[in-house]
Design a protein. Structure first.
Length: 51
């Protein structure tokens, strides 16, 4: 199974918005990777290729 990837499009407080290709599900666990940092996240809302 190939992992889904996306691109960070915005940050507001503790909420991160990403654009993505592929399929994701609400409440799915995700990881935001920036450099050597890996932050655990949860998909809260999905709409038109943006979560």
């Amino acid at each position: 199974m190939k992992p889904n990837t996306g691109k960070i499009t915005g940050v507001s407080g503790n909420m991160v918005t990403v654009s993505f290709d592929g399929n994701i599900m609400q409440n799915e666990v995700a990881y935001i990777i920036e450099g050597n940092e890996r932050l655990k996240a949860e998909v809260v809302r999905i709409g038109d290729g943006i979560a």
